[in-house]
Structures are given as structure tokens and as C-alpha cells.
Design a protein around this ligand. Structure first.
Ligand code: BG6
Length: 484
């Protein structure tokens, strides 16, 4: 099956850091369909030869399991071409159309990895140039807007040109093997399903922690913040995956319908909940892995008085029969104690205690997403250390390490998603109504913060965020997993 993949923003950060390495890995794994062509598009005056050299030079800076040999890269580079375009100029789209028409590939994929302000223009111009044919798919990267209204405006503009089944909205968390394993755990096994409900689960904690700061993206981050950057999309998608009902089949819309229901069931925000159940923080100077690091306000491109949040912790509920009353805690932040994404499912304690044991870490399922990918089941057992007292149990852990089991060179998130775009599989992409619902739910938080003068609470880099985050969860009588 032949394809033309047009990469708008072909010299940008995303292209060389994520997309090209992912395409190369697919090529190396032999999963990239034969007869493909990858066309980088940007304003730069480059020949295709220069573009290939540029990508090659940047490959040295990206993480690849194994560096490509000259011969291997040359074979990959044969797929690459470059087209110089000014995305505001209709004539430039006409030349692109001529190039694409010559080959008549089975599918034409327009990957819009540009500033979001250009999404609408690109879609409109593609239509004008007659490039919105039935063979065309369009791929959009986040951020898709910065609030509900701007998200809707983009989705409407895209809808005027493409039908929903032609639109692939990326949330790269859905491409992570660990997230697909979560679907497998829940819907490929019957073991946990009877327990997966309010009667047996005390609370669920979703953490996406990063130890990195904002790096060179200070200017972008200033107007974005952790709520828009991570909660509205990645964290809520994880919440959907853990909380959704089993879909009727594995088709994209069956899955997306169930995710949408979760988003629609999220408890609406009250004034009290906004004040008590949402904590925003910002990192101050601190220590990461033994090295001193600067605070957010000292980062390049960041205002010295910035109120942008680099940390969010919040409590919500899914108001339906399965989950009513079960708190879901979401937490994400930069410059935290480590790079660690996981979902912790805390089951209810035994109804009556006959042993002297601290529940602590037990009675818990941990779904590790990254850097480890796997499951840990924490139970209580009679351990060696309790020889003198058979009434005392100790926590033990059952580990299932997917990296060990399946090998660590698994299909990366972007590789998975790009192959799905090429194959036209929409399961791991976000539908416009899901995205809008997620924006609708985070908007009251954004509004609340606008009027809150005190700004985010500072936390030292290298910690788990402001202490208010622990106080929030403690109010329910629980604690974050690492505190138990
Ligand atoms: C991106 C955010 O969507 O996800 C970044 O814009 C963040 O700020 C990144 O660092 C985290 O992704 P991952 O795959 O490294 O967890």
C-alpha cells in the first residue's frame, strides 16, 4: 500500500525529535509499508539532499535503540523529500498538489506539526488546492486550542474540510505500550472486572511526574501551564482508560463513545471544590539527581513574576453507578522527584481485621506506565520476619515486568501512532467531542485561577510538589502511594 506522508513543520522540533526517529524505527522494524514517501515541508530553503543531511545530523541527538549505519540511513533517506512552502500562500499548495498528483499514492497523510495557529489555514488551503480527497487523512498535534472556544473553532474549521474519520488527533499517551496494556488488562481479562467498582475500590491515583523542567520551551509553557499541557489531554485520557465501561467491540467509535461517557460523568466543579480540590504549584530552585537546578521563574523565556503552574494535583469523581463516591486523584508536574507515570488502584481494606497488620502498601494494584511498564500487585503475606507472631502479616509484591517479558525495544508511542495513521486505524486517536468535553471540564479551573491572586504554591525542584497536594488527599483519609 503506497502512501505519501506530508510533514508540515518538517524542520521543527517535533519532526526531528519524535516523528523522524519513529518513522526510522518503523522502517528498521520492517513495519513501514513499502512504497512510502515522506515529504518534509517548511519555509527553509533546502534541497531534498540538504534535508536528508539535516535529519541525519539531528539523529545524533535523539534517543535510538541503536544508531543507524550509513547504509541503513541511506536506505531510509531514499524515502525523504523536501518541499519549501510558505503555508499562507495558495500557490505553494498548488505545487504540492502537483507533486502529489503525479504519484497518486493509495493514501495521502497530512501531518500538521506546526504552530496551532496555522491548523485552520493549512486545512482551508488544502481544500482550496483540491487536496481533501477521500484518500487524504489529516493528523493534528496538540495543543488543539487553549480553551473550549479555540478548540471548537479549530475542530469546526477542520470539519468543514475533512470528515471525522479522516481526522487523527494525537494524544501520544494513547500510543504508549503501557496504555494499550491497560486496555488489555481491563478488557482482555475477566479477573479484575468484578472488583473494578465502588464496592471494592477505595481510591485511584494517577500520577504523571517528570524530573525535567521546561527546558527550552519556557516561552510556550508560560501561556500553557500544566493543566493545559498535561491534564486536559494525557491525564484525562488515562482517567478514561481506567474508568470507562467495557466497549461493545474494539472499533474506534465504540472505545471513544465509552471514553466520552466518562468525561461527561466527571463531577461538575463547585466553588468549594475549586478552592479545595485543585492544587497548583510552581517549581522553585532545588536538587535533581544530586545537581542543583534553577526555579521555573529563572528559566529562559519565563517571567520573573510568572503565575504559570508547573504542577497540578486534583481530586475528582466519576458520577455513575460504577464509581459514585470513589475519589480519583490526578497529579502531574515538572521537576518532581523522578520520571514516573503510574496508576495506583487502592482496594478497600478487609471488612474485618483478624491479623495485626499495617495495610500500608498492600491491597493495591499498581499499573506502571513509565519508565517501567508493568503491573505490581501488592498483597499481605506471612513472611519470614514474622516467625514469632503468626498473627502479623507483611506486605509482598507480585511483579509483572512487561519490558522484561516482551523485550525493551518495543514499538514506541509515535511509531505506533504513525503506523496507525498509515493503516487508517482510529482507535488510539481522540475524537473532537472527547476533546471538547475535556476542555469543558477544565475551563472552570482556568477561570478560577484567573481570579485567584495568590498564584501557584512554590515547591522545591526534586520533591513531590507543594505540601497542599498531600493535605488535599489526607482530607479523605488517604495518602499518595509514595507516602504509605
Ligand atoms: C507533552 C508535553 O505532551 O508530553 C510535555 O507537552 C511533556 O511538556 C511530554 O514533557 C511528556 O511526554 P512523555 O512521553 O515524555 O511522558
Amino acid at each position: 500500500m503506497s502512501f505519501d506522508l506530508v510533514l508540515f513543520g518538517g524542520t521543527g522540533d517535533l519532526a526531528w525529535r519524535k516523528l523522524m526517529p519513529a518513522l526510522f524505527q518503523a522502517f528498521r522494524h520492517g513495519t513501514l509499508p513499502e512504497g512510502g514517501r515522506i515529504i518534509g515541508v517548511a519555509r527553509d530553503a533546502l534541497s531534498s539532499e540538504q534535508y536528508r543531511a539535516l535529519i541525519r545530523s539531528r539523529f545524533d541527538a535523539v534517543e535510538l535503540a541503536k544508531r543507524p549505519s550509513v547504509e541503513e540511513f541511506t536506505r531510509f533517506a531514499a524515502l525523504l523529500e523536501f518541499v519549501q512552502m510558505d503555508l499562507s500562500k495558495p500557490d505553494d499548495y498548488a505545487s504540492l498538489a502537483t507533486l502529489l498528483e503525479k504519484r497518486q499514492a493509495d493514501s495521502v497523510l497530512m501531518y500538521v506539526a506546526t504552530a496551532p495557529a496555522l491548523f485552520t489555514t493549512v486545512c482551508e488551503q488544502l481544500a482550496r488546492a483540491g487536496l481533501n480527497t477521500a484518500r487524504t487523512r489529516v493528523v493534528l498535534e496538540k495543543p488543539l486550542g487553549h480553551d473550549l472556544a479555540s478548540n471548537r473553532a479549530i475542530n469546526e474549521a477542520v470539519r468543514r474540510v475533512f470528515s471525522e474519520k479522516q481526522v487523527f488527533r494525537i494524544d501520544h499517551y494513547l500510543g504508549k505500550p503501557a496504555v494499550q496494556n491497560l486496555f488489555a488488562l481491563r478488557f482482555g481479562n475477566a479477573l479484575f472486572e468484578p472488583l473494578w467498582r465502588r464496592e471494592h475500590i477505595a481510591n485511584i491515583q494517577i500520577t504523571i511526574a517528570e524530573d525535567l523542567g521546561v527546558e527550552k520551551r519556557g516561552a510556550f509553557y508560560e501561556t500553557t501551564g500544566a493543566l493545559r499541557d498535561m491534564v486536559q489531554n494525557h491525564a484525562l485520557q488515562l482517567l478514561c482508560a481506567i474508568g470507562m465501561e467495557p466497549p461493545i467491540n474494539s472499533h474506534a467509535d465504540a472505545i471513544r463513545d465509552e471514553k466520552l461517557k466518562v468525561l461527561r460523568s466527571l463531577k461538575p466543579w463547585s466553588g468549594t471544590a475549586l478552592a479545595q480540590d485543585v492544587i497548583r504549584g510552581q517549581y522553585a530552585a532545588g536538587t535533581i539527581a544530586g545537581a542543583a537546578v534553577a526555579g521555573y521563574r529563572e528559566e529562559p523565556g519565563v517571567s520573573a513574576q510568572s503565575h504559570t503552574e508547573t504542577f497540578v494535583a486534583l481530586r475528582t469523581e466519576i458520577s455513575n453507578w460504577r464509581w459514585a463516591g470513589v475519589p480519583f486523584y490526578l497529579r502531574t508536574g515538572k521537576r518532581l522527584a523522578g520520571r514516573d507515570a503510574r496508576i495506583v488502584v487502592n482496594f478497600r481494606p478487609t471488612p474485618h481485621a483478624i491479623f495485626n497488620s499495617e495495610i500500608g502498601m498492600a491491597n493495591r494494584l499498581v499499573i506502571n506506565l513509565q519508565p517501567k511498564d508493568g503491573l505490581e500487585l501488592h498483597l499481605l503475606a506471612q513472611g519470614q520476619s514474622n516467625r514469632r507472631n503468626s498473627q502479623t502479616l507483611a506486605p509482598v509484591q507480585l511483579d509483572l515486568d512487561f519490558d522484561k517479558r516482551f523485550g525493551s525495544e518495543r514499538v514506541g508511542a509515535y511509531e505506533r501512532l504513525l503506523l496507525d495513521v498509515i493503516d487508517g486505524r482510529l482507535n488510539l486517536f481522540v475524537r473532537s467531542d472527547e476533546q471538547e468535553e475535556a476542555w469543558r471540564w477544565v475551563e472552570p479551573i482556568l477561570e478560577h485561577w484567573k481570579n485567584e491572586v495568590q498564584g501557584p504554591r512554590l515547591y522545591a525542584a526534586g520533591t513531590w510538589g507543594p505540601s497542599a497536594s498531600s493535605a488535599m488527599i489526607a482530607r479523605d483519609g488517604f495518602c499518595w502511594a509514595e507516602e504509605s
